[in-house]
Design a binder for this molecule. Structure first.
Ligand SMILES: [Fe+2]
Length: 233
């Protein structure tokens, strides 16, 4: 299985999962890049996975479907205007010969879900490297519970978030914890990668436990305080 990132807009990633001649794309905010890639690699699009309703994760669906009308679109209820397979916590389904598990990871939006495919977690805007999504719903408890879920996953789970926010997140983390050497070391590595225009993703649960302050908070109040500080950073 190959997992390839397609860049979109300023800092989105559309993940393309390939097995043989079949592909699945996650959160196509635009058709640009996706259609070209599928054509270039001669891939049949089996499905689109949507983590949440935001336009920068769904905006390409209609145009992609016009060219790949056989594809299935899996998403939470909040994407029902586009998705023809509505999925929720605990649902499983098969794609590319693998089982995909759905978990509810709300907070950024009410209906946000994440997809676990083998060892690979597609988490949209619920978790980033060094950070987590803005709590647009105002439901901080939901986002806190989401972070607790991620924290209990195995360290070797590979994470594919929807945005390249790592450098800003780690600058914030370094600002909060200037003596934390691990965070500073990773920030330096990330700065080098970004200077070359290279992605800092995917990451892993194990790595995030070390550098992501949002996975280190122990109470809801601490989470709210940290999230507010990040919003103002
Ligand atoms: Fe979003």
């Amino acid at each position: 299985m190959i997992i390839h990132s397609i860049k979109a807009f300023a800092d989105n990633y559309i993940w393309c999962i390939q097995e043989g001649t079949e592909a699945v794309v996650v959160d196509p905010g635009t058709a640009n890049g996706v259609l070209d890639y599928l054509e270039e690699k001669q891939l049949r699009l089996a499905a689109i996975l949507l983590t949440h309703k935001h336009e920068d994760h769904t905006g390409g669906v209609v145009e992609i479907m016009a060219r790949h009308p056989e594809s299935q679109i899996y998403g939470p209820k909040e994407t029902e205007a586009l998705a023809n397979r509505i999925v929720k916590e605990g649902n499983t389904f098969n794609l590319l010969g693998q089982t995909i598990q759905v978990s509810e990871t709300g907070g950024h939006t009410h209906g946000h879900i994440s997809f676990l495919m083998g060892n690979n977690l597609f988490c949209g805007d619920a978790l980033f490297s060094g950070g987590c999504g803005r709590v647009f719903t105002g439901d901080y408890e939901a986002q806190y519970e989401t972070l607790q879920k991620f924290k209990h996953l195995d360290d070797d789970i590979i994470i594919y978030p929807g945005h390249e926010y790592t450098e800003t997140n780690l600058r914030f983390a370094h600002d909060m914890q200037p003596d934390n050497e691990k965070i500073f070391k990773v920030l330096e590595e990330v700065r080098e990668l970004r200077a070359k225009g290279e992605p800092t993703l995917p990451t892993t649960i194990g790595r995030e436990k070390e550098i992501n302050l949002f996975l280190q908070v122990d109470t809801l109040d601490d989470f709210i305080e940290l999230r507010n500080a990040r919003d103002d950073f």
